[in-house]
Ligand binder design. Structure first.
Ligand code: GLY
Length: 325
């Protein structure tokens, strides 16, 4: 039995391992671990109290994959429901032929299955951080109008310029990854995020996109990503890594190659990327474009998790025509 997770999964990994030890499945462990991160008000890149979009609304993305069958469930742009991972699991497990539900449809589904709904998804402190974040990049007038509702923000209000200004690349890092191998040797992987701070309404990252931010296949292994989701979507990162395993690479080679694919991306917007992965033998690895980044792991015989440093693959960042440090 093994669980690996991004470092912000520390709050949930013990209970996830307890679930495995009590006979729970890899899917159970991944869901339990991620729910604890989604409910953590101190974590601002996942679930409740995450950083909102440019309109101050929290839109959550999540996905779950079952390595036995490659069955998957995902939700995107979910508002008002903190446990996006559980709604994603229900998309997979209810008798419906869909994999990904987004926006109003995802919310309708969550309501139908009676998912836990919270009236308020943001603390006043985070609303203040959002307001200050926009002010700091010169959107003050716009924020003032938004606060006073004079004029009301309507569907016609242009947001494009403000999104480009207000998106803070430093806040791109976030998202939670959990990958588990249970007592039967079955693998499951899950990802949940509130996405970029101040994103354009309707922006969907890699987390709910099977093959981009999340992939699990019992026969080979699994991979999950954090970082600038647009890059993982473009490179098909999680699926690429598992495919490299299928083609005979070692886990280390497959992970490095998946990161090199990200480094090869062209275009004007390139940020930080990270992944964790394991193979069917229980070897695990973490990679990051940032030096000193860590991930965590726990086996059944360990009392608590241990940290591992991720291998570094530098990806020179750029933002428009300006290099990122
Ligand atoms: N990797 C999470 C996101 O880009 O939304």
């Amino acid at each position: 039995m093994l669980i690996i997770a991004s470092s912000n999964g520390a709050i949930g990994i013990d209970q996830a391992m307890d679930a495995l030890k009590n006979g729970g499945s890899a899917l159970d462990a991944v869901e339990i671990g991620i729910r604890l991160v989604e409910a953590n008000p101190e974590e601002h890149s996942v679930g409740y109290n995450g950083y909102p979009n440019i309109l101050g609304e929290l839109e959550l993305d999540a996905s779950l994959m079952d390595g036995r069958t490659l069955d998957s469930g995902a939700v995107a742009l979910l508002r008002g429901y903190p446990y996006a991972i559980s709604v994603a699991r229900q998309v997979m497990e209810r008798d419906i032929p869909h994999v990904l539900l987004a926006g109003e449809g995802a919310e309708r589904f969550a309501r139908e299955i009676k998912a836990e709904q919270w009236e308020s998804m943001l603390t006043p402190e985070i609303v203040e951080v959002w307001r200050e974040g926009l002010e700091a990049v010169g959107a003050t007038q716009w924020v003032a109008r938004q606060s006073d509702k004079i004029p009301e923000i309507t569907d016609q209000t242009p947001l494009l310029d403000w999104v480009k200004l207000a998106t803070d690349p430093e806040r791109v890092h976030g998202t939670v990854n959990f990958i588990a191998i249970d007592g039967n040797g079955d693998i499951a992987s899950g990802v949940s995020t509130s996405g970029w701070a101040w994103k354009y309404p309707g922006r969907i990252g890699d987390s709910p996109i099977i093959g981009a931010g999340n992939y699990a296949d019992n026969r080979y292994g699994a991979c999950a990503c954090t970082g600038m989701g647009e890059m993982a979507i473009r490179a098909g990162t999680a699926r690429s890594l598992v495919l490299y395993l299928k083609m005979g690479m070692s886990l280390g080679e497959a992970a490095r190659q998946a990161m090199m694919d990200l480094r090869d991306l062209g275009g004007d917007y390139i940020g930080g990327m990270n992944l964790i992965a394991l193979d069917r033998n229980g070897e695990h690895v973490g990679m990051s474009s940032r030096a000193g980044a860590i991930y965590i792991y726990q086996t059944a015989s360990m009392k608590s998790y241990q940290e591992c440093e991720r291998d570094l693959v530098k990806i020179p960042g750029r933002w428009g025509n300006r290099p990122l440090d």
